[in-house]
Design a protein around this ligand. Sequence first.
Ligand code: BGC
Length: 744
Amino acid sequence: MNRNAALLLALAALPCLAAAADPARPWLDKNLDPDRRAALALKEMTQKEKLNWVSSHFGADHGGNKTKKVPEAIPFSAGYVPPLARLGLPALFLTDAGIGVATQNTTTPRERTALPSGIATAATWNRKLAYEGGRMIGAEARASGFNVMLAGGVNLLREPRNGRNFEYGGEDPLLAGVMVGEQVRGIESNNLIATIKHYALNAQETGRFELDARIDPAALRMSDLFAFQVALELTDAGSFMCAYNRLNGPYGCEHPWLLNGVLKGDWGFKGFVMSDWGATHSTVEAANAGLDQQSGLEFDRAHYFGGALEEAVESSFVPQKRLDDMAFRVLRTMFAKGVVDHPVQQDGAIDYEAHGRISQADAEEGIVLLKNERNILPLSREAKKIVVIGGYADKGVLAGGGSSLVYPRGGNAVPGLLPATWPGPVMVYPSSPLKAIQARLPGAQVVFDDGRDPARAAAAAAGADVVLVFATQWVGEALDATSLSLPDNQDALIAAVAAANPKTAVVLENSGPVLMPWVDRVAGIVEAWYPGTNGGEAIARVLFGEVNPSGRLPATFPASEQQLPRPKLDGDPARPDERFSVDYHEGAAIGYKWFDLKGHKPLFPFGHGLSYTQFGYKDLKAQLVDGKVRVRFTVTNTGSLPGKDVPQVYVSPLAAQWEAPKRLAGWDKVELAPGASTDVTLAVDPRLFGVIKGSGNTWRVAGGRYQVKLARHALDDAAQTVTIQLPAQVLDAAGRRITKETKG
Ligand code: BGC
């Protein structure tokens, strides 16, 4: 028999083989749909076996209550759910998070590839890169034995001092939802479960366990919740993680409106809700509100979803059908996402070179050129003397702290920085910008000064052809920035250096918005965020023009803290268990929307970013096609270098009242050779023309005229504008046109 005939025979036999494989375990039949498989498995389970799926253990020793790690968990991992061998169902092995395979604080970490921070990926405005990055870190998770990845974080940047802004996708619900959603899709393409988090309004770390986030529910639906919804619609993600904080009263993990109402009801979420670690506070309230799995149970005061849940079901405080639904959701997700059919194994092969290149491509496109005057950039190959100052640039690039920290191959380039323990260690990835610059200027003098003494650094800078100051801001989970100023006297350092040499550019490695009192005194500013495994190389490539910068800000940089809805951060970091409220009075007017509404002029607006070439826009048109606004225009590279651009479309009502004058409605990322043009077509999500009111869950679009703007950033006065007439309509939560309204 030839090979083809043998193959045909084998294929023909497959369905019978699968069906006949294990008649006693029909749920293992891959030909059945996930709902059926989960129902079949559930039918077979004892009550104890059902309870198995509704809690996870922490994967490391828990210092707080001195519990030892469960031996079967992968060392220093986020979590573990035991298998049910009797039924052929695998264990769940949980790992953080958004930039790669993390390790809980230890001296013997897993060393893996780190993407640039989440906000850096959002700054690429490139969906494909977000997906590829997710795919890469998911592959490393799988190769490390994990089948649940606790990413993507999609909390909106309401609070520029939030210590976790680097983990998220910025301030706009559409941009954040799409970019984080693409990453989640990439992760789950490895037959893994990803986790969208932290649901919802976990907008600051100070007081996160107890603070009550107060907000108008309709405004919340149009902003933070819309980001979660966009990500969910794009991915059908396997799980959601409810947040630590309270929301208008109840904790996020025992919040019937948030979990049963919005997530499972309005949005039709089919996956399971896990709590954040230490965010479960009850048995009956939490289970009945829609929490499906108590996470890292060692963090909580009690094992609420263990014996206590069993008793609550026995005494009918929690209906049996609710426990069945909890277990069903976990099982269904395991089948739907492929974790049963594609078992994970530890010690899989990882191609670190290839993965480093994926991380680097992301970092290169996420770098935002904020300012470029006097031709300081790209750096000239003719330069004779460059002085590089500060930021550990001789050693590597900074990473953010907390549970998402990925340990690099080669170890910390600057060990011993404080804090050494949670949310530390402060990590510097061994990818030195200084070395990458030196490699590009073999004949020149490229010298380094650590920047600790501004006067000494200024003296070193005087007379150089170019000076590059690397400025850093380290923050982490559980630790907000105390102010938006750069720490450790770096503002004084930059001012002193710029005074000594006007040919100074600043490279920032930071979590999110910072103040720049020296903005007018330096010639160039490059926002590099936390740029990941190959960050030093990525920065050098942008500085030398090997990569034409194309990142755009996913968040507004204020000119002062006085411009913010809350000039002072609420809460006291020294009293983490204190109860207080944060009044999100700005509602859905976050970031640029707030600045637009108030007429504040920021330091740099959302969407801003320069290039080494120029782009022109023309022929903007907007039309209503099949109930959706379709926008068309042409982009031309009018400069002399190839490059990528991010044309942005914003929409504004002429008569209707929104939370702010305009909203981002779409964008594209286009690559163009000098002189080349391309036509872009975008369809606008109809919900972006609507508002939600009161306790409703529908989007109402007022009939009338709307402006469609083609802009370079959110506050672009030179935006091209056309107007379009829209009919009045009511849309359901998913954006479908309805005639009859439902109440939420
Ligand atoms: C964080 C989550 C993380 C979890 C597990 C919590 O402290 O808030 O984002 O996934 O720990 O490590």
